[in-house]
Design a protein. Structure first.
Lengths: 443, 308
């Protein structure tokens, strides 16, 4: 039963000042979502027939899901590359992925003009396998479900152990006339607890197959996010329009995923005042340059193959954005080649941020900046449009904060401290992994 | 240990990369080839004959306003709303006449509407088959009852033809369907071609239109730019153009003969052929993950025995 102690809940209050600040941002965003449904998309956004995809698709879907690839990247590391020492990081990575993908799905529903017809995705006669969008949509829906399943053990474990304090507090707070009878409530809650206790070990047994599905699906749809723009051969600038878009997007999401896992860990250590997990982070950081170097090589190789190197060095608007994206990723990776930097939280933070920014900028370049539908079209997001995106991001952070307090998500500190000492002691012998525990086989 | 796993990782990354690279390279081999069907219906617009009366525009709106959800657009100066004055194709306008004026002597009208491609990008990208190409007539049609409003067709169309009703709470895509449900059904001809008083719009089968266009080029080579726009552009279109000025000046983009949809479909098909690659990936990963898991189980048991 050891594995649930691998994680712990975050002690402390949920309703802090930052909670209410985030909440008000979320509410403002949702006000504009309301306006969009009543008055049409044109009322809140600057999108046009020339730029039919604005920041909702570019940021929330194309970039947001890449940033939500922490779960994907860490899962590859733990389950495929067999590095169980990173297992403590996986729950928080999966949680952010869950929110990232869930909210990407939500913003698609805001963005779609006729969302009530979305059921057509489930009608085989309407399927259109030529469309990269069809593939992305089905994969993202499936992956969101898989993420919820992957996170379920955390919820089930905490239900199993729950003493229902909050529930009782709410019951006591309610007026006695409307409050449910104490006895019946306890009985029913006991049923829930038993249900969770029944489901948890069974889920754990098959979980590995969902985890692997959770690795396969992002491989498919992250590359398809690149394929989406293959068709825009006359509109997308030649710096970015290439047959390698699917491969570039796939590699891009992997290095963004590892970098975001580092950032996330550093930020949550900092803001929740926990010690930095330097040991794990520096290991993760050592992997990133391998992926980025492949990515950079493909970018350069492809440009020279298509004879577009001169366009990259031209110094115009497009080459400026290209160079920014390229140098951010390249310099961020260079830092990580230095061993000393890999062991410093500050340098890790700097380089991971550069790589995430560069990687995200690549996606912006493909979807918006390098996209030119012809003369006379311009796009810059409107205030309301930005606020909807900001509101969705705020909801993501809010959800993360609430979930880490309600469920055992973050690595257990006590156990973790022990890990580290053990790790140090065994470093010279150079082998054994500390506590090889996995969700799927712990009973 | 560390060394082996790094090597494993590189192997894995290399294999995935190589696989995808092969896909990219393989698309040159997997050329399915595009068959041009000259029996399909289309229109030939001759800009040198057009007098700019816009009768086609008003006929289009009169005939298709209910079925195609078209409406009149007011101009800024026209406070009483006396004229329909769209400034571009839009969510209320399927076809439009514009004047391009280079100098007092050199000018040309141009008509915009759906090109009805032989290999339409919009049909290729629509995830729910709301955009379709009719087998016999070749009409590129839109079904609002299936459309989810993702606007991928707008991204994909190289001519920027599909338009979205941005200002409506219940929006749809608007584009020409050759009067399929209205004038074509009732009278066998599109409303614009029927109305045109100058004979600038000719409706018919693609082969007849092409023949006619080349005949006109031959008869009056000085009058025209020696090119039938749409004959080869993007795999060929059923809406063809003749003009006295370079087509890119008239807002008709230069497009390579290969249909953009062929390029993207080749890559997508190579990756997902028979769904083999995803299934293979899943089973390989399952194999590795389960093996890793078992290894650890062994470790665990050893530990427990040791503890006892």
């Amino acid at each position: 039963m050891g594995h649930s102690e691998e994680y712990q809940k975050l002690e402390g209050r949920i309703f802090t000042k930052s909670f209410f600040i985030l909440l008000s941002v979320v509410l403002l965003g949702f006000y504009f979502v309301g306006v969009r449904y009543v008055k049409g998309i044109g009322a809140v956004s600057n999108m046009s027939d020339g730029y039919p995809w604005g920041i909702w698709i570019t940021y929330d879907v194309a970039t947001g899901t890449a940033i939500a690839c922490g779960g994907y990247a860490v899962a590859i590391l733990v389950y495929i590359r067999n590095r169980m020492q990173y297992h403590p990081m996986i729950r928080s990575a999966i949680l952010t992925s869950m929110f990232g993908y869930g909210l990407a799905g939500f913003s698609v529903m805001v963005d779609l003009g006729r969302p009530w017809n979305a059921y057509n995705f489930f009608i085989p006669s309407k399927w259109q396998a030529n469309s990269a969008m069809f593939e992305v949509a089905l994969c993202v829906m499936a992956y969101s479900t898989v993420l919820i399943l992957e996170f379920l053990p955390a919820i089930l474990t905490s239900i199993e152990k729950s003493k229902w304090e909050r529930m009782n507090a709410i019951r006591n707070w309610l007026h006695p006339k409307i409050a449910p009878d104490k006895k019946t409530m306890e009985d029913k809650l006991e049923m829930v607890r038993l249900g969770a206790a029944w489901l948890n070990p069974r889920l754990n047994k098959v979980l590995i197959f969902f985890i692997v599905l959770g690795i396969t699906l992002p491989t498919m749809h992250q590359s398809s996010l690149g394929s989406l723009l293959l068709i825009a051969s006359t509109k997308l600038h030649p710096l970015w329009h290439t047959g390698f878009l699917p491969l570039l997007f796939l590699l891009n999401c992997v290095f963004i995923g590892y970098s975001i896992a580092i950032l996330e860990s550093i930020i949550s250590s900092y803001s929740f005042k926990r010690p930095f997990e330097i040991e794990e982070l520096s290991g993760l950081a050592g992997l990133i340059p391998f992926v980025t170097v492949i990515w950079l090589t493909v970018v350069i190789g492809d440009l020279s193959y298509r004879g577009q190197i001169h366009a990259a060095l031209k110094g115009d608007f497009y080459s400026g954005w290209f160079m920014t994206e390229f140098l951010l990723v390249a310099c961020g990776s260079l830092i990580l080649f230095v061993k000393k930097c890999r062991r410093s939280a500050r340098w890790l933070f700097i380089s991971a941020s550069m790589i995430v920014l560069g990687g995200a900028l690549y996606r912006f370049n493909v979807y918006l900046i390098g996209f030119n539908p012809g003369q006379g079209w311009k796009y810059f997001p409107s205030f309301a449009e930005v606020m909807i995106t900001v509101g969705i991001v705020a909801l993501e952070i809010l959800g993360y904060k609430v979930f880490v307090a309600l469920f055992p998500v973050l690595p257990n500190m006590d156990l973790h401290g022990a890990h580290k000492k053990k790790g140090h002691a065994k470093k010279h012998k150079g082998a054994e992994k500390p506590l090889p525990q996995t969700e799927a086989h712990a009973h | 240990m560390k060394k082996t796993s790094r090597r494993d990782f590189l192997k894995l990354a290399g294999a995935t990369g190589a696989g995808l690279l092969a896909c990219g390279a393989g698309n040159a081999l997997a050329n399915e080839g595009l068959q041009v069907n000259n029996e399909e219906l289309g229109m030939l617009y001759d800009a040198t004959k057009c007098v700019g009366c816009k009768a086609c525009m008003s006929a289009c709106k009169r005939v298709n306003s209910d079925y195609g959800s078209l409406s009149y657009e007011k101009a800024k100066f026209d406070e009483d709303g006396l004229w329909d004055a769209p400034s571009d194709l839009s969510g209320s306008t399927r076809t439009l006449i514009k004047l391009f004026k280079e100098s007092e002597k050199r000018w040309s009208y141009v008509k915009y509407s759906c090109m009805h491609c032989q290999k339409p990008s919009c049909v290729s990208v629509c995830p729910v088959s709301a955009m379709t190409k009719e087998k016999i007539s070749g009409i590129v049609d839109y079904n609002k009852n299936t459309c989810i409003g993702c606007r991928y067709c707008q991204i994909a169309c190289p001519y920027n033809i599909p338009k979205f009703q941005w200002e409506k709470a219940v929006p749809q895509i608007v584009k020409c369907d050759l009067c399929k449900a209205t004038n074509l059904r009732e009278k066998g001809i599109t409303a614009c071609a029927e109305t045109c008083p100058a004979g600038a719009i000719k409706f018919g089968k693609r082969k007849d239109l092409l023949e006619e266009a080349h005949q006109r080029l031959k008869d009056a080579p000085d009058k025209y730019v020696a090119h039938v726009y749409g004959e080869h552009e993007g795999g060929g279109t059923n809406h063809l153009y003749l003009a006295s000025m370079p087509f890119n000046k008239l807002g008709l983009p230069e497009i390579k003969p290969e249909a953009p949809a062929e390029f993207s479909e080749k890559i997508q098909h190579t990756i997902y052929k028979g769904f083999i690659a995803p299934v293979a990936l899943y089973s390989t990963l399952c194999f590795i993950a389960v093996k890793n898991m078992k290894k650890h189980k062994g470790h665990d048991d050893d530990h427990q025995k040791g503890d006892k």
